[in-house]
Every structure is written in structure tokens, then in C-alpha cells.
Design a protein around this ligand. Structure first.
Ligand code: ADP
Ligand code: MG
Length: 439
């Protein structure tokens, strides 16, 4: 992409409405624009990152054996009356009427709809297990939308739903999602810690929130320090085999959100120098809730014993749009964002220091062609801005590599390559720079 053709409305000044660094940087880097409280337009730079994150989530869901579909954003109120949640959900639900005065709603989540879909065709244990997911916009009329995409009213979520014939099967589905979550957050450069979370009136021990530690996080969290740097399980797994040891390894140390925190247990289970009290961002939430919806909505399946029972269910959410904020909170400096390679909107920023100079233009064109060919998605700054502004914009938008091409270097047969994360620079011939980038 050429910057002169792209749409990158960067802001020079710090927007006063942004209270946390990720919100500030997303606005300044021209990634999002607020259209109403908690409702954002995704400008091209932000949209590219959103798509990258979505794709990583998709790949790891698929790897774990989940199957993608797409459910609508609008749902019938009657569906929610079946589960009893239409009246319970309260003011967070956006309720709408169509031209026939039929009551509808903009989905805040999809348990009811997926249960309706599955009950229409699943009859027996032979049709199970299944994990179905979609990546779709949600609407929750939050009382206090804030921090940009972190707590929006309209936001993108990956929500998966597991269906099993019995509790042992449901636990295996839960474990699959638990493991997949650790892998997918790791691929985005994030250290997510699974923490025991409130299961509400259903009880049981099967609910975990995946938390990114950050001072600006909305939740107070408490955990054993060793959990923070524990490596992810890795993708080379027998997904149908026993995943329990991998889960146990990561749940045996103390980790709990505020609602579940038990100070006495914390002290008993973690030595003082290992006790971490911090704040965190909830980027994922997994939940086994058994028969809650299947019983109310009569989604049954016949077991191998010939007995008809409500299907065992769980739900598994990832805050796809929230993740942009979480990644920026975890990875930035005073000059701007520092994208991990895996989610960067472009892989390399090429800065043409003198557009119109034939020799400089030619080297930029070579670099652009080679990087495009190698799938590194370059962004070429071919604008007439002054050098200082070009450097500032490139640092602000945080592409992993910067390739500076100027007349003096070109005369000497070299370019300057900078790694955004470390500031490390190499003044080398273009071919060498491309090797270092790994194109
Ligand atoms: N208002 C919101 N804005 C952005 N992301 C959200 C919002 N609410 C929830 N999410 C994301 O969706 C995931 C699943 O949501 P869920 O656990 O059902 O929500 P909650 O924790 O608010 O009850 C959360 O872990 C979070 O990452
Ligand atoms: Mg939650």
C-alpha cells in the first residue's frame, strides 16, 4: 500500500477524551473513530489489525476442532423467552421492533440461538460432540462504555458453544478451548493468565477468565507469579487425547479474579514473594454450564444407553475487538504502538525520504516489490511530508520494521533498517536489509 493512497487520519494532538494509552494511541494513529458512545467506525489501519486478530482466533479454533458458522446480529425476543433471559437481561439488551411490531433484539450473546440450531437436527450421541463458533458483532448497552474498544457497546466477539452427551465429554471440550485460548493469545504476543472466575448460580469449578496483566485493567486480580511466564501448551497436540494434565498444570497454582478471591487461600497456596496482586484485562472467558439452556429449550440427545437427556453445553468467548486495546496496553512506548509481527497492520514501513528523486524512488520500488512478493505487506510512505513527521507517524503506527531510503544512502548503496521494538538500526545494502527482515 502507498501511504499517499491510503486513508490514515493521524492526530497530532492527544485526544482529551481518552483516559488510557491504548485508546489514545488508537485515536491518534487513525485506527478508529467514535460514532456514538461505545460505537466505533474501524478505519483502514484499525480494520487491518482487527482482521489479523480475527484470523488468529479462527485458526486456533479450527485447530482445536471447532467449526465456524455465522449467526445473525438480530434475534427474536421469543427465542429468549424460551430460556427466560428476555426479562432477566435488563437494560443492557437493545430491544427493537420490526414493522410488524414483532419484538426483536440486537444479540448480546448467542446461547439461545445456537441451542435452537442444534436442537433442530441433533438427535443422539452419534451426532456429538460439536463445538460451533462464530465471530460476530455484539451489542450490550453498557452503562459506562469507556476506554475505547475495551468496553464498547458494539464489539466483536468470537463465541464458541460446545455440545456434549455427558459431563466427561463437556470437560474435554472445555479443556480444548482452555488450551486453544492460551495458544491464540500467545500468537498475539500476549501473556494471558487463566484465572478462576465466578460460575454464578450454576456452581462448579469450570469457569476461567483469561487475563492480561495491565495497570489500566478493569479487574483486580490475584495470582501466583509463576503463572505469568508459563509457556503456552503449543499447537502440536493430540487434541482428542487427554488434555487434563496441561490444564491442571495451569490451574493448580492460585489465580483468581476479585469475585473469586479468597485471601486466606492465597496466603496458604502462594509464598509471599510469589503473590501478585495486580490489575488485568479480561480478554477471554470460558464457561461450562451444563443443562442450563438445553433443559429450558428442550435440546435433548439420546445416549448410548438409549436414554434421552439434555445436551451438556459450554460457552467460550474471546473479545476480538477488545484485544486491540489489550495488545497496545501491553506493547507501546512514548512514541506510539509497537505491534507484534503477527497482528501488525503492515509488516514493514518504507520511508521514501525524497519522493521524486529517481534513484531513491527506484530503490523504494525495488524494496516494495520484493516485500510484497514475500508477503510482508509493506506500507510505502511516498508523501511529501517532512522527514520528522514521517518518522513520527511511522513510530506512532508501530509497524515492526522501518526501512528508510534517502539520497545519501542510495548514493552509497545502502538503506537504513530499524526494528521498531528495540530501536536497533542496520545501515546495509537493500538485499541485506531484506534478508534481516526475513523476506
Ligand atoms: N463491552 C465490551 N466491549 C468489548 N469487549 C467485551 C465487552 N464485553 C465483553 N467483552 C469481551 O467478550 C468476552 C466474552 O464476554 P462475556 O464474558 O460474556 O462478558 P462479561 O465478562 O462482560 O460478562 C469477554 O471476555 C471480553 O473480552
Ligand atoms: Mg466475562
Amino acid at each position: 500500500m502507498r501511504l499517499s493512497r491510503f486513508f490514515l487520519p493521524v492526530l497530532k494532538e492527544n485526544p482529551s477524551e481518552a483516559q488510557i494509552v491504548s485508546h489514545r494511541l488508537m485515536l491518534r494513529a487513525g485506527m478508529i473513530r467514535q460514532e456514538a458512545a461505545g460505537i466505533y467506525a474501524w478505519l483502514p489501519l484499525g480494520f487491518r489489525v482487527l482482521k489479523k486478530i480475527e484470523q488468529i482466533v479462527r485458526e486456533e479454533m479450527d485447530r482445536a476442532g471447532a467449526v465456524e458458522l455465522l449467526m445473525p446480529t438480530l434475534q427474536l425476543a421469543d427465542l429468549w423467552r424460551e430460556s427466560g433471559r428476555y426479562d432477566d437481561y435488563g437494560q443492557e439488551m437493545l430491544r427493537i421492533k420490526d414493522r410488524h411490531e414483532r419484538e426483536m433484539l440486537y444479540g448480546p450473546t448467542n446461547e439461545e440461538m445456537i441451542t435452537e440450531i442444534v436442537r433442530a437436527s441433533v438427535r443422539s450421541y452419534k451426532d456429538l460432540p460439536k463445538i460451533l463458533y462464530h465471530i460476530q458483532w455484539k451489542f450490550r448497552d453498557e452503562q459506562r462504555p469507556r476506554f475505547g474498544v475495551m468496553r464498547g457497546r458494539e464489539f466483536l466477539m468470537k463465541d464458541a458453544y460446545g455440545f456434549d452427551i455427558d459431563e466427561a465429554g463437556a470437560r474435554h471440550s472445555y479443556n480444548k478451548m482452555f488450551v486453544a485460548y492460551l495458544n491464540l493469545f500467545d500468537r498475539m504476543g500476549l501473556k494471558a493468565v487463566p484465572m478462576r472466575a465466578d460460575t454464578g448460580p450454576i456452581g462448579g469449578d469450570l469457569s476461567h477468565e483469561f487475563i492480561i496483566l495491565a495497570e489500566t485493567g478493569e479487574s483486580a486480580v490475584f495470582c501466583h507469579k509463576d503463572l505469568v511466564d508459563m509457556p503456552p501448551p503449543g499447537i502440536d497436540l493430540d487434541w482428542d487425547g487427554d488434555l487434563q494434565p496441561l490444564v491442571d498444570q495451569r490451574t493448580r497454582l492460585y489465580a483468581a479474579t476479585e469475585e473469586m478471591h479468597d485471601p486466606a487461600r492465597f496466603e496458604a497456596e502462594a509464598p509471599e514473594d510469589k503473590r501478585l496482586s495486580a490489575r488485568g484485562i479480561e480478554v477471554g472467558h470460558i464457561f461450562y454450564f451444563g443443562e442450563k439452556y438445553s433443559k429450558a429449550m428442550k435440546a435433548n440427545a439420546t445416549g448410548a444407553d438409549g436414554v434421552d437427556r439434555p445436551i451438556q453445553m459450554g460457552s467460550y468467548g474471546v473479545g476480538v475487538s477488545r484485544l486491540l486495546g489489550a495488545i497496545i496496553e501491553a506493547s507501546h512506548d512514548d512514541n506510539g504502538i509497537i505491534w507484534p509481527d503477527s497482528v501488525a497492520p503492515f509488516g514493514v514501513g518504507i520511508i521514501n525520504m525524497r519522493p521524486g528523486d529517481a534513484a531513491v524512488d527506484a530503490v523504494c520500488a525495488d524494496a516494495y516489490a520484493a516485500l510484497t512478493q514475500a508477503g510482508r505487506e509493506p506500507l510505502l510512505d511516498d508523501t511529501a511530508e517532512r522527514a520528522g513527521a514521517k518518522f513520527a507517524t511511522m513510530d506512532l503506527i508501530g509497524l515492526p520494521w522501518q526501512l528508510v531510503v534517502g539520497p545519501k544512502g542510495v548514493a552509497d548503496g545502502v538503506v537504513e533498517l530499524k526494528r521498531r521494538a528495540t530501536g536497533e538500526r542496520h545501515v546495509v545494502p537493500l538485499t541485506r536489509a531484506l534478508e534481516i527482515i526475513g523476506g
